[in-house]
Design a protein around this ligand. Structure first.
Ligand SMILES: NC(=O)c1ccc[n+]([C@@H]2O[C@H](COP(=O)([O-])OP(=O)(O)OC[C@H]3O[C@@H](n4cnc5c(N)ncnc54)[C@H](OP(=O)(O)O)[C@@H]3O)[C@@H](O)[C@H]2O)c1
Length: 346
């Protein structure tokens, strides 16, 4: 059986390099489920890879460089189906299961993280490993679920693993700054932080100030003002942690705003950030820069899907595009001005 999919045939051509094709519906292996895709979300990371920003994005650290080499190897040696856009966040319905799959059957609504190397979410059907698939509760739409995966898990990891925030509200009070709180990661991070014992300062553009306040931020700075650019808390708070979700802010701007042992959790580490990371480590500085690389975990996805069901977390949807207009969704993501998540619906 054939399906509609969006693929790319060359690097460096932005959304213009995408093409619409008919390809065979993938067959699930024994540990996989075949999902009829109802929604997939776009992450800027994929756009960067697509635009071949190797020098800007992958050079920063040896670790990331090795990952890039592995990705390139997988890409150039993979069958054509892996050229499907590397969207890995999918919400949909199981239509077939592999012989070893125990937890799902045809008809189950799910949220699934696709293989990060192959992607394939920008298609009518996609295969996902059972171990990275979770039930989608009735209260969670396919689009809400698809938005959650990379962005929501990054936000959760930054807070819980790197900033020691406990989502049940216990634990010491933390003052946290979020940059780009209106974006995919930032808007989840603000909401999750407010489940914990935190004071939240957030930056965003002026058009999103009311939205970010409504997500729970205690103080909001317009990043286009001098105060916003300086990241200074209006009430004079020093930050125990900064969850840094944009680019182009040097350590020298963060440093005076940190508490005596404050950390910057950088989800977009560039060359300078990796240098700072190394220097701070080697000098045993109390203030550290921590580069974040997302580790996908099923139990974390179950946790955040559950929070959406309970009404404690919501996906702000910037825009929805049909699969036939996937290139427009891609352009929008590359522009870097989404408010919340961009969704593609086959
Ligand atoms: N390390 C990892 O594993 C990992 C995981 C996920 C994402 N990431 C990376 O994290 C970054 C953020 O991802 P995302 O999905 O949140 O991005 P996004 O949704 O594209 O972010 C867009 C938002 O950022 C705002 N923004 C842009 N520049 C800003 C600035 N200087 N200060 C404050 N706000 C600013 C924009 O507001 P305006 O429209 O008003 O400008 C817009 O609302 C990306 O670079 C992505 O690749 C890394």
């Amino acid at each position: 059986m054939a399906m509609h999919a969006v693929q790319y045939d060359s690097y460096g051509s932005g959304s213009a390099g995408l093409k619409h094709v008919e390809v065979p519906v993938p067959t699930p292996k024994k540990d996989e489920v075949l999902v009829k895709v109802e929604a997939t979300s776009i992450n800027p990371l994929t756009g960067k890879f697509r635009r071949a920003c190797f020098v800007h994005f992958f050079l920063p650290s040896f670790l990331l460089f090795l990952i890039a080499v592995a990705l390139c190897f997988m890409f150039f040696t993979s069958p054509i189906s892996t050229k499907c856009l590397k969207t890995i966040d999918v919400g949909g319905e199981v239509v077939e299961v592999g012989s070893n799959v125990k937890r799902f059957k045809a008809g189950d609504k799910v949220v699934a993280m696709l293989n990060a190397l192959n992607g394939g979410g920008s298609a009518e059907y996609a295969v996902a490993n059972e171990s990275l698939t979770v039930p989608r509760l009735a209260e969670v739409s396919a689009a809400e679920g698809a938005g959650l995966i990379v962005a929501g898990l990054t936000a959760l990891q930054a807070l819980v693993n790197h900033s020691e925030v406990k989502l049940n509200g216990t634990g010491p009070r933390k003052n946290i700054l979020f940059t780009a709180a209106s974006g995919g990661v930032g808007h989840y991070a603000v909401q999750l932080a407010k489940l914990g014992n935190t004071h939240v300062t957030a930056t965003c553009g002026v058009r999103n100030i009311d939205l970010v306040k409504s997500l729970g931020a205690d103080e909001v700075l317009d990043y286009n003002t001098p105060e916003g650019a300086a990241l200074k808390s209006p009430s004079g708070q020093k930050y125990d942690a900064v969850i840094h979700c944009t680019t182009g802010i040097p350590w020298s701007t963060f440093e005076p705003n940190l508490s005596s042992s404050g950390n910057v959790i950088d989800i977009t580490p560039a060359v300078c950030a990796m240098w700072t990371f190394a220097v701070k480590k080697l000098t045993f500085s109390k203030k550290q820069l921590v580069p974040l690389v997302l580790i996908l975990k099923k139990e974390n996805l179950e946790l955040i899907v559950g929070l959406v069901k309970e009404g404690k977390l919501k996906t702000v949807i910037d825009s929805k595009f049909p699969l036939s207009k996937a290139e427009d969704a891609w352009s929008k993501s590359i522009d870097g001005h989404a408010t919340g998540k961009i969704i593609v619906e086959p």
